[in-house]
Design a protein around this ligand. Structure first.
Ligand code: COA
Length: 219
């Protein structure tokens, strides 16, 4: 497993995911990002005054997001949480034909990727699988949008993807990893998932999705 850092500006004011241990390297990296960003953002203004005018330096609020990416390698296959590697075309093409998100617009897919912990599966650096986790990194996580492209199914890659997610350090300490599936219960059961222990303790509220096309499902 290897770790790398990405900086995204100006999306967030926290280290992301929250609670990651910061060592000297991360602190050095964060201060480097902050300093270089402050340099870029420093602008000169003149305050209009009838008596005197002062050149004034204004530093805009700084927001930094530090992503700690995880990577797992098996032969020519790689799983990575680096959002910069995600191929939106592949993800949107699959999801917009899936039974659970049929017709989803591309901009909604992008927004969902931006706000989730995403796992891309790559073969020789081409994306062939995906899964998304919605989480607070502390108590709860919800697994969704799981797929392996058809030509790569049945080789154990789906199992590997879910196992990497279930043991990902970012999710250490959470209480629940939940998911919903219409027909892959057996797949998840083989990786340690089970039906809700007390289903009557759970409730849901469904919302109307104007873009959803339930009648034209491929898979
Ligand atoms: C479901 C999916 C992710 C599984 O990925 P995969 O790489 O084909 O699965 P694996 O090869 O790792 O299979 C692991 C085991 O689960 C079984 N399995 C795979 N898909 C299954 C399914 N849909 N239902 C029941 N069992 C399944 C396999 O037979 C295998 O069993 P084994 O270990 O006894 O041989 C993949 O088939 C897929 O993308 N399907 C379409 C999208 C989808 O349904 N996503 C899940 C939505 S919740």
């Amino acid at each position: 497993m290897t770790f790398s850092f990405c900086a995204k500006l100006p999306n967030c004011c926290n280290i992301y995911p929250p609670g990651i241990p910061t060592n000297n390297l991360t602190r050095k990296f964060i201060s480097h990002v902050i300093l270089s960003d402050q340099r870029k953002r420093r602008i000169s203004t003149r305050r209009p005054s009838p008596i005197r005018s002062y050149p004034k330096t204004v530093v805009e609020p700084l927001h930094v997001i530090i992503l700690m990416c995880h990577e797992y390698q098996k032969d020519d296959f790689k799983i990575s949480t680096n959002p910069a590697l995600l191929d939106v075309d592949v993800i949107h093409a699959f999801l917009s034909r899936s039974y659970w998100a049929r017709g989803i617009p591309r901009d909604l897919v992008i927004k969902s990727l931006d706000n989730s912990l995403c796992f891309g599966l790559y073969y020789q650096n081409r994306q062939i699988g995906f899964a998304r986790v919605i989480t607070d990194y502390t108590t709860q996580a919800y697994l969704c949008d799981v797929f392996i492209l058809e030509t790569y199914q049945g080789q154990g890659l789906g199992r590997w993807l879910i196992e990497c997610i279930a043991t990902c350090p970012d999710l250490r300490g959470i209480r629940h990893l939940m998911l919903a599936t219409a027909d892959a219960q057996e797949f998840y059961r083989k990786i340690g998932f089970s039906e809700l222990a007390v289903p009557e303790n759970f409730m849901e509220k469904l919302y109307y999705r104007p873009w959803f096309k339930p009648d034209e499902v491929d898979h």
